[in-house]
Design a protein around this ligand. Structure first.
Ligand code: UDP
Length: 385
């Protein structure tokens, strides 16, 4: 296939990311599969990105993520500067067939504003679409700019103008799903795990109260705001409370974290994360928001850990109730489901992941969308003004 895609990863983190980085992880998962399918990839990222690609463009030497802790008026130029580099590249070269953009808000706004002489664009919406109502409500990308969601439920809630630009959704994938059904069966322990950023939407407070009530061990893994380790949060003192997720942790979660039955272990990565997830009896998602894509959900399945969750956002699309997990619309019922989850079969979960959530499945779907977006854009150009 002769197709050159400019993959716009943005200026925040290198690809693959050094630690936490959902979008950059997905790009690092997608790009090798695209290249296997014959797609040429020009990566617009920061210079420190190490992902093998055909070409790299960058404005910044390394990830600018830490700047996001500063006030808006001190950081709002960063994404624009990165996009400036992308726009310059698109204006000065004619080999880019399509831009696959992952930069929240600024990517979509800038690429849409470029007008008809820019290449077709597919912008992936990785986040909660209740954000940016002004941008999404007024989007005018014609047939050249298209968006895709990461779940059907996410798009169903999108503003009309955004839905009009949509070519559908692509579920997230994980490298852990490759041959997930052929790995040795994991040894299971008794604990539950909640893997994710600690914040009200992810509902760690609900999980911690539940664990204390039913007497089941619970591991909370993930950062609290910018703090990845309990000792870093402790060292930050009272100033850390300026961050809303820190306040949530101290006020709602920490009172139930006794370091014994309920533990917060900070951010876990690599083999440690995989072992912790694979060893759990179930992973718990006591959600209080409409989870848009659920990377941790598909990772859990790939590692043979059934999912117990509130049936919100993408959960009903990813989990089959009674086979790969247990879902409820009633928070009070979660405790019963946690106890019932022992009856679920780890192999069913792993088979599901190996069938639906591999990088190859995701890449084939994106190549199909690239073709669809390009066809739509070309047809429009051929029409008289
Ligand atoms: N994650 C991790 N270590 C942690 C907590 C989370 O590596 O301690 C990863 C998790 O495995 C997943 C990502 O962070 O890949 C979270 O993505 P998800 O879509 O579940 O949630 P988001 O943070 O994007 O809302």
């Amino acid at each position: 296939m002769s197709l050159t895609v400019l993959m716009n990863a943005g200026p925040w983190l290198s690809v693959p990311p050094p630690g936490y980085g959902g979008i950059e992880n997905i790009i690092a998962t997608l790009v090798p599969e695209l290249r296997r399918l014959g797609v040429r990839v020009v990566l617009a990222s920061v210079d420190s990105s190490t992902l093998p690609v055909d070409e790299k463009i960058s404005v910044f030497p390394d990830g600018q993520f830490d700047a996001l802790q500063r006030p808006y008026n001190q950081v709002c130029g960063i994404a624009q500067a990165h996009l400036g580099g992308v726009v310059r590249a698109l204006h000065t070269r004619d080999d880019i067939d399509l831009v696959h953009d992952h930069v929240e808000a600024v990517g979509l706004a800038t690429l849409a504003a470029m007008g008809p002489d820019a290449p077709p664009v597919l912008h992936t919406l990785h986040w909660d679409l209740a954000k940016h109502p002004a941008l999404y409500g007024n989007l005018e990308g014609g047939d050249r700019v298209r968006v895709n969601g990461v779940s059907a439920s996410q798009l169903a809630r999108a503003p009309r103008a955004l839905r009009d630009h949509s070519v559908g959704h692509v579920h997230l994938s994980t490298p852990l799903a490759i041959d997930a059904d052929r790995r040795p069966r994991p040894d299971k322990s008794d604990y539950l795990i909640i893997l994710g950023r600690i914040n009200p939407g992810k509902g760690q407070d609900v999980g911690a109260r539940l664990a204390q009530r039913v007497g089941v061990p619970l591991v909370l893994a993930g950062p609290v705001g910018p703090y990845h380790r309990p000792e870093d949060l402790a060292a930050a003192g009272d100033e850390a409370r300026q961050n809303p997720d820190v306040r949530f942790f101290y006020d709602e979660v920490a009172p139930h974290v006794d370091g014994d039955l309920v533990r917060w272990v900070g951010t876990v990565a690599g083999q440690e994360r995989d072992d912790l997830l694979a060893g759990a009896r179930a992973s718990l998602f006591p959600l209080r928001w409409e989870e848009p894509g659920g990377t941790a959900v598909v990772e859990s399945l790939a590692l043979g850990t059934p999912v117990v969750a509130t049936a919100r956002g993408c959960l009903p699309e990813l989990i089959e109730h009674g086979r790969t997990g247990l879902l409820t619309t009633d928070e009070e019922e979660l405790a019963d489901l946690v106890l019932a989850a022992n009856a679920l079969d780890a192999d069913e979960c792993r088979r599901e992941a190996a069938t639906r959530f591999t990088p190859a499945v995701m890449a084939r779907r994106y190549v199909g969308l690239y073709e669809q977006v390009r066809r739509g854009a070309t047809a429009r150009r051929l029409q008289p003004a």
